[in-house]
Design a binder for this molecule. Structure first.
Ligand SMILES: N[C@H](CCC[C@H](N)C(=O)O)C(=O)O
Length: 286
């Protein structure tokens, strides 16, 4: 069976998108592993299925490159909005997308029938505890207190971590040393598979920059280092506010390897604004 796809990225976080509005896609877990392979497949950080929804304009399902399903994906949801608008499936600049973490609302900035950027209401950030199961090893017992700037031993070194859920789990680490100098290939998996996080974790390593901006690298659960993580940028901005490194109610610029995102955190919701790019379209034998 030959199936059309669209390759898109948000800040370099690239996925292979399948329009499943009229036809489901079988076995997406295995497909994500096969097609994400950058030499023997199409290449990407995973795949995204754009599906029908009874509660929103469409439903987004995303799979990391290891086949695990993510509960929310910030960079992908902007690309889903772009696809739906430009394909005519949802010819409106305001739309809603159903995800495993609830419905997210999008506002698209368009010109000449094309989407240039998308603002997403990412919902409320939840403080660690309720959404990131922590074991009872003294790191926070049920009901867990929030994990804000707590010491955590990882790979023989102590880090101060802040855990935030954006519908998916994040562990944010602020460092003075340049995050570009970190050996993420060694450090990333030590966080991802740390016993404290039985569901695994996405980990963001951030440098505060002059002007209230932040430089961020990310090791994603299920995909390894990616050039950007939308939910991770949101989690980092929230963690910055929680630890006094940024102010609630102000735009926070997050500089990622693949681009930049603007995050605006309030008590009620976190807003993320950024681009979405179509790279190429193709067909693949499934
Ligand atoms: N790896 C994440 C899903 C993708 C999130 C990221 N690519 C984003 O843009 O938010 C997880 O398993 O929770």
């Amino acid at each position: 069976m030959v199936r059309p796809f669209v390759k898109m990225h948000g800040c370099g976080n690239d996925y292979i998108y399948f329009d499943c509005l009229r036809e489901p896609l079988p076995n997406p877990e295995a497909l994500s592993v096969r097609l994400s392979e950058r030499h023997f497949g199409i290449g990407g950080d995973g795949i995204v299925l754009i599906c029908p929804s009874h509660t929103a304009d469409a439903r987004m399902r995303m799979f990391n490159l290891d086949g695990s399903e993510g509960k929310m994906c910030g960079n992908a949801i902007r690309c889903v909005g772009k696809y739906l608008y430009e394909s005519g499936a949802v010819p409106r600049e305001e739309m809603s997308i159903e995800t495993l973490s609830g419905i997210r609302r999008l506002h698209l900035a368009t010109a000449g029938g094309e989407v240039s950027s998308v603002r997403v209401d990412m919902g409320r950030a939840e403080l660690a505890a309720a959404h990131i199961p922590v074991d009872a090893a003294g790191f926070g017992v049920e009901p867990c207190e929030p994990v804000i700037g707590r010491p955590l031993q990882v790979g023989g070194r102590e880090f101060a971590v802040t855990c935030v859920s954006m519908g998916n789990p994040h562990c944010v680490v602020f460092l003075e040393e340049d995050v570009d100098a970190l050996d993420l290939a060694r450090l990333g998996p030590l966080f991802e598979f740390h016993p404290l996080f039985p569901d695994r974790i996405n980990t963001e390593f951030c440098n505060p920059l002059p002007g209230g901006e932040f430089k961020m690298r990310v090791w994603e659960r299920g995909s390894g280092e990616t050039l950007a993580c939308g939910t991770g940028a949101c989690a980092s901005a929230v963690a910055a506010c929680l630890t006094g490194r940024a102010e609630w109610g102000h735009d926070i610029k997050i500089r990622l390897r693949g681009g930049e995102l603007t995050i605006h955190c309030t008590d009620e919701a976190v807003y993320m604004t950024g681009g979405a790019t179509t790279v190429f379209k193709g067909e693949v034998e499934l």
